[in-house]
Design a protein around this ligand. Sequence first.
Ligand SMILES: [Zn+2]
Length: 263
Amino acid sequence: MPEGDTIYRTARTLHGVLAGRVVDEFWSPMAGPSAGAAASGVVGSTVESVTARGKHVVMAFTNGWTLRSHMRMKGSWHVYREGSRWRLPRHQARVVLRAGPVIAVCFSAPDIELVRDDAVEATLARLGPDLLAEVVDVDEAVRRLRSLGDTEIGVAIMVQSAFAGVGNVYKSETLFACRVNPWTRVADLDDDVLTRIVETASMLMRRNLGGNERRTSSPLDQRPLVVYDRARQPCRRCGTPIRRQVQGEQARSTYWCPRCQAR
Ligand SMILES: [Zn+2]
């Protein structure tokens, strides 16, 4: 699943090539009469902005409609020049938008809607503070995290209504950096630790907005990630084999060092 930093870079790229351009064509197989009606209004209007809100890509048009897309596990946005070859098959396209020479294609994203601006805001209002916002509301993020008391921190850290942007990679990397065991219940962590978790996740994602390979380790380290996808390899800090176990109802992989992150 794309993490917040990937979505941020996607939105920035789309904004760079589409903002200010008039939409010449808009196609989507999305169901619903409003989508079809709106699509016809979108053609001829201008792309106002493309922004990231947590893991949502939000494309606003000057006619008062907004395209919201969430990538879930497999979705992605691609940008092509007219006439160039697509890197994924056409039947996977969920949205195709042409504006001048630019073609933006959203592939495989299961959660897409084209709605009025205010309806999008209603959906996005459920998100917690955005960890990639210019100013992160850390206190609010901690308060929302705190409300998940009985949940294990390795699950809670990805609940987007607590704070938005963290996926599976940053989960493991953040909890290692903070020396927190992923199976600890939120209720058993004090506010200082929760604050550190929020600030660390934000800092690690922010470091990766440049577009190079994702890195959470020091620049001198050969391997870019510290624990993620390193099961049975030695911990960089203490040499203990890194463990992997699935966690939560969604059975997402969690990686941790049983010694550095002892309960
Ligand atoms: Zn260790």
